[in-house]
Design a protein around this ligand. Structure first.
Ligand code: BMA
Length: 885
């Protein structure tokens, strides 16, 4: 039946797949065997590994050494086909839209090749001749070649380049526009996926609203006046088009805000700019990042009307009103590194410290991810007081749902273009392909209020500098001309662009702490400095840093799959699930410096997790302190490497593949809370030529003097009166010390509170006059509301290194009332980790807090949502194997 309405027909059914039989003369002749050698696709969109797994043709690559048993899949060619009917008018327009083909793919419709795709990040729209579509039984056939082989062929043509280190995948990856992590990364397996991984639709229409560009503006501070402009792109016949009706509604309530029907008049142009220009002052609320206000969203609906009022097409886009700027201006006062410039994000005129995470693809097989999974991941970030997610350049541009959720939760998005750790080419064909990819994705993402930054690449500048001997980076053309031009042309209001991460100083210096962003890898990698020096290794914005840990023991047991012989920390199966370069040596250094070595796997898992938790939260504590107010925004953000994993693995992730939080998740959350308090202890030596350095480098073990600095951070926009209560405990005696100071926390910055000698018990006579006994003192700081007595923030500073600390029995008392857990101690307890006693088959318990330091007289309450009668387990420093309560 002929229709004037535009229609979208998602092609989701009747898909089949098979391996290409290269003995057959042509790809199309494979269809002669339809129904025989073809297997029905279990899901659509589809990736071949998922299909092979579901019919049992490959083992789970995430278990044991199976990764190596599935490598053949990526070397082969694969086919998909479906059939569909076409009931539309033969004089209408028809298009096939491919939202994601992974990756090298020829598409045949009824035996004719209609597309040769070679970029998994692009949306391909193929116009069809409806006269050639059959009423029923149109066949769409997809032929995927091996991207790994194509990459090698391109490398043979264009030359071998450097890309990544030995534990990343084959350098030929730079030639193919496919998610780079699939070639193997230092946290992920080699899984060369292929398939139609995003939707394919048939679109039929006479006239169509092909695109909306909603331009939601907010004028500069202090006016912050919202307005909306709308551009339209029409396609098809415009003969019957008369007008467009635009309606703005509140997304949450559905309440209409404004409506206007605009006569379109002469429609010579398919592109219509400024169809509406609305001043919305007083009519809409601003969108704010989490913790700074609400995330009010609006729907813009445009309906294309015919002369007789018939609706020809409708398109909807959700928007938010906000102004986001990347401010790079000279600082007013130099810090220890010099003056330089800021690298800070200002939203609606408010400068905001960014505390967040780097995101890698959350599965090696993209089609296994669901909207619910994305929501769970991003909600964890929001609940962990994080406000920015950086989508790293070796993964994918995520599907729309990811950015929709960021809009809803108030998480700002830093989006890398997809280039990572390599010398990418810049021949014409490649550049054209990349340009088209950038245009597709910028157009797709630009309306999201969460979008804060587009960034040219991940570490391409840095790695070239690091390796040395490479004179030129051809893809500078891409990062310095092509991409910024696309972003500038297509975003309005403008979304900031940054050439690369990291990128900063002169001659593309990527390590300059006074300009741009830095990746701080000098603890885990690089110079392998002690984590206790993170405070001396800051920068204007630290967009990567991290320390790995083992995941939850249940996750370890998943990959072990009952292989008890391999159930020890340094076994080959543990190495299979740890891809970090030199991890054996680097773990050994950090563990040996800080923890008591152990042969017990559970204790080791706990220790690695506490090592990660202590070091990463320490970095956040020190760096947020450098957010010192206007003109002194020395550090304006820190994004931990990395939030998540794409398979079960030992990595830098703060939450493991199965969404099981690691202790660091909670300690970061406390550092990024609207109010936080920090202590830094400095210990002086007896004499400089005394004892080995490491012995008391970070602790008060037989040292002459120790002092502490205490400060607080506030994200509030008003000053806040607090009482700063310090209470110190001696682990070896009953000595305690308490002092209270009144203070006013400055708004939206850190405030220095105290600089005092570390409280210590009296020196025993035998110790001699030069010795301070603070080596056994735990100093607790709390910010307390002067009126209500409510504890607003807390932190406990323990003597270090932790391996020397004499952990006394804390005399734990744990009261459980349904999901409420109250923990009281007689002696300070460090890094108390609550877990539930189960096999991991039930929904994870959601802990309101965890990885706690608890001091006597200061009970702490944790809500364990979903505990649901499960037994509780507890582990802490000194009792690292979890005990059932
Ligand atoms: C970085 C990232 C990744 C890598 C991580 C850990 O610098 O950009 O390429 O996975 O470090 O080594």
């Amino acid at each position: 039946m002929p229709t004037t309405q535009a229609r979208i027909h998602p092609l989701t059914t009747s898909w089949h797949w098979k391996e290409r039989d290269t003995a057959l003369p042509s790809v199309s002749s494979e269809l002669d065997f339809a129904g025989q050698q073809w297997s029905p696709a279990k899901t659509f969109p589809s990736e071949i590994h998922a299909e092979l797994l579901k019919v049992g043709r490959i083992p789970d690559p995430f278990v044991g050494f199976n990764e190596h048993r599935v490598q053949w899949v990526g070397e082969r060619e694969w086919l998909y086909y479906t059939t569909f009917d076409y009931a539309g008018a033969k004089d209408a327009n028809a298009e096939l839209v491919f939202e994601g083909l992974d990756t090298i793919c020829d598409v045949y419709l009824n035996g004719t090749r209609i597309l040769s795709a070679d970029n998994m990040f692009r949306t391909y729209t193929v116009p069809l001749d409806p006269a050639r579509l059959k009423d029923s039984g149109n066949t769409l056939l997809l032929h995927f070649q091996s991207a790994a082989r194509v990459a090698k062929a391109l490398e043979a043509r264009y030359g071998r380049v450097r890309a990544g280190s030995a534990n990343l995948g084959d350098p030929s990856r730079v030639y193919v526009r496919k998610a780079q992590y699939g070639w193997r990364w230092d946290w992920g397996p080699e899984l060369m996926t292929c398939g139609p991984y995003r939707p394919i639709s048939l679109i039929t229409y006479t006239t169509r609203l092909a695109a909306l560009h909603t331009r939601a503006h907010v004028s500069p501070f202090p006016a912050l006046s919202p307005s909306l402009k709308l551009d339209l792109t029409l396609s098809g016949s415009t003969a019957s088009v008369s007008a467009v009706r635009v309606i703005l509604t509140d997304f949450a309530t559905g309440e209409p805000i404004k409506e206007e029907t605009v006569t379109l008049g002469e429609l010579a142009d398919a592109e219509r700019r400024d169809v509406v220009q609305w001043d919305l002052a007083g009519l809409v609320h601003l969108w704010w990042p989490v913790a700074y206000g609400s995330q009010t969203l609006y729907t813009v609906e445009a309906a294309l009307l015919a002369v007789d009022g018939t609706v020809l097409d409708v398109r909807v886009q959700r928007v938010g009103f906000r102004r986001v700027e990347l401010v790079q201006e000279p600082l007013a006062v130099a810090d220890r590194y010099g003056k330089g410039t800021t690298f800070l994000f200002e939203v609606n005129g408010v400068r905001i410290f960014m505390g967040g995470s780097n995101w890698v693809p959350a599965h090696s097989i993209q089609t296994e991810l669901t909207p619910e999974k994305y929501r769970a991941w991003l909600t964890l970030m929001r609940d962990g007081n994080q406000n920015m997610v950086r989508l790293w350049g070796g993964g994918v541009y995520e599907p729309d749902v990811f950015y929709d959720i960021c809009d809803e939760l108030g998480l700002l998005v830093w989006q890398d273009f997809q280039f990572a750790c390599g010398v990418y080419p810049a021949h014409d064909e490649f550049v054209a392909n990349v340009k088209a990819e950038a245009e597709d994705n910028v157009k797709r993402l630009r309306h999201h209020p969460a979008m804060a930054l587009f960034c040219g690449n991940n570490e391409d500048y840095q790695q070239v500098l690091q390796w040395g001997g490479i004179g030129e980076l051809p893809a500078r053309l891409i990062y310095e001309s092509v991409l910024p031009a696309v972003v500038e042309k297509l975003t309005d209001p403008p979304i900031p662009y940054h050439r690369g991460s990291p990128y900063g100083g002169k001659d593309w210096d990527t390590a300059d702490p006074t300009v741009g962003d830095v990746h701080q890898w000098n603890v885990w990698a690089g110079a392998e400095r002690p984590w206790q020096e993170y405070g001396d290794m800051s920068g204007r914005f630290i967009s990567e840093f991290g320390i790995p840990s083992m995941p939850d023991l249940r996750t370890v047991d998943y990959w072990l799959d009952g292989n008890i012989q391999e159930r020890w920390a340094q076994s080959k199966l543990m190495a299979q699930h740890n891809r970090a370069g030199n991890h054996e040596r680097r773990f050994a250094i950090l563990m040996n410096e800080n923890f008591r070595l152990t042969g017990d796997l559970e204790t080791h898992v706990y220790n690695t997790q506490i090592m990660q938790s202590e070091s990463v939260s320490f970095a956040y504590r020190m760096w947020r302190r450098e957010w010192r107010g206007k003109g002194k925004e020395y550090t304006a953000g820190a994004l931990v490497w990395q939030l998540n994993d794409c398979w079960p693995v030992t990595s830098w992730a703060i939450v493991d593949f199965f969404l099981r939080t690691k202790p660091v998740y909670y300690t970061i959350a406390r550092e990024l809370a609207p109010l936080s308090v920090g202590i830094f202890r400095t210990v002086m030596k007896n004499r400089y030529n005394d004892r080995p350095k490491q012995f008391y480098e970070f602790g008060a073990f037989l040292a002459t003097e120790a002092h502490i600095e205490v400060w607080a951070n506030s994200a509030l926009l008003q000053p806040r009166k607090v009482n700063v209560v310090l209470k110190s405990f001696d682990l070896l005696s009953d000595w305690t010390h308490e002092q209270t100071t009144e203070a006013v926390l400055l708004p939206n910055q850190s405030t220095e509170l105290l600089y005092i000698p570390c409280p210590s018990p009296p020196v025993s006579e035998s110790a001699g006059p030069l010795v301070t006994p603070s080596y056994s003192v735990v100093v607790g700081a709390r910010l307390v509301d002067p009126t209500s007595g409510e504890v607003l923030a807390r932190y406990a500073d323990w003597p270090q290194p932790y391996r020397h600390t004499d952990y006394s029995d804390p005399g734990l008392q744990i009261a459980i009332d349904g999901e409420k857990i109250v923990i009281t101690v007689d002696k300070p307890v460090k890094a108390l980790v609550l877990s539930s006693d189960d096999d991991g088959k039930r929904e994870e318990v959601k802990w309101s807090d965890n990885a706690l330091d608890i001091l006597p007289g200061q009970p702490q309450t944790v809500l364990a949502t979903g505990l649901n009668g499960r037994a509780l387990k507890v582990a802490y420093m000194g009792k690292e194997r979890a005990m059932r309560i």
